[in-house]
Design a binder for this molecule. Sequence first.
Ligand code: PMP
Length: 451
Amino acid sequence: MAVTEPAPAPPSTHEGILLRQSLRESAARTYARALPIVPVRAKGLTIEGADGRRYLDCLSGAGTLALGHNHPVVLEAIRKVVDSGAPLHVLDLATPVKDAFTTELYATLPPAFADDARIQFCGPAGTDAVEAALKLVRTATGRRGLLAFTGAYHGMTAGALDASGGATDVRVTRLPFPQDYRCPFGVGGERGAELGARWTENLLDDPKSGVPAPAGMILEPVQGEGGVFPAPDTWLRRMRRITADRAIPLIADEVQTGVGRTGTFWAVEQSGIVPDVMVLSKAIGGSLPLAVIVYRSELDAWQPGAHAGTFRGNQLAMAAGAATLAFVRTQGLAARAATLGARMLGQLRALAAAHPVVGDVRGRGLMLGVELVDPFAEPADPPIPPPAPQLASAVRQECLDRGLIVELGGRHSAVVRLLPPLTLTDEQAAAVLDRFADALAAAERSTRPKR
Ligand code: PMP
């Protein structure tokens, strides 16, 4: 006789949703693994989970939320479109919303660039805009090869992956991105950057280098996923000169560095360089998906339909994005990111001085990174301790336990990354750093080798 089992108690919303996610979603899911949170409400820096817990969100949708969650100007812009009766799907047709977005975006670009720029609306992810940029310069130059950098991250589609640091594609020539702490030349600073630039020049000018004239060079002004490495301004200017002198289009991937994040509206402004192509996504959609490339009109040699896609007309994203761009511009949030970021960098460095597990603290504006290392490892040559990814994930977990969301990055996932919204107040910054300091101390205690 069949025994009727009592129905299992329904799992709580929080646990049930997480359980169902783990049973149904792909093994390739990412953030969800380290952050078992079920967000149900969010405002500014704060996310509230289905379990009632509150978190300070310093991941900000992987650097997307310049104004934090659900900023009033963003919500108002979205509501206005919804209430207006405007169509939500329009392919790449002209609309008043798109026109206003483009006008606002052009107002933020370096004038020397905006005056002679074309814009291509891409599929809604940064990686699609990277593909478009590569296609654009390949068509315009008639060449195939690409110059890209160690540690780069440009996305997850094939061309963008090729250009990223993990790739093995031979059409991409890999050049050293300047880094002080683990300088490939062992010297760091301006000298390390100078040696990298000389290597680049040499490859391009040596007829037997095995590097044919490339279609373009793609770089991030501050590498984000690669571990938070700001490129020195002199090096960026040198890359601009090297590429300009050899008629190689320079593509600045500002997907993560744009919209005030690094202390100027666009990160390239700090070095004063004007690239040939800018790849823009994340914050330009004001939390909704939007990606474009903007480029010198001379490169506009591709054919109609050369980079098509159904979802290139997200009206809500354009409205939210235009409102975000205007707010960052009129409220001076880039300058605020510069000041607050410099202060937080100083405070993190002071904290590092008391913690030998912190190997390096770096960043620009509100794009900050703390590299964790194993200070007990055998000294290497040069004597830089090895990265400590396990400790980094312990820090991330301790942060989460204290209601602080951070992410890891870097070659070995040993860099704790802080990407708070540009609207962060002084009090919130202090709360973030307090929780981080506590979490660091706890993780250090729990992983310290017993002697
Ligand atoms: N370029 C850079 C510099 C990025 O940081 C990212 C995403 N982290 C991308 C491109 C890819 O953007 P998406 O994830 O929207 O495809």
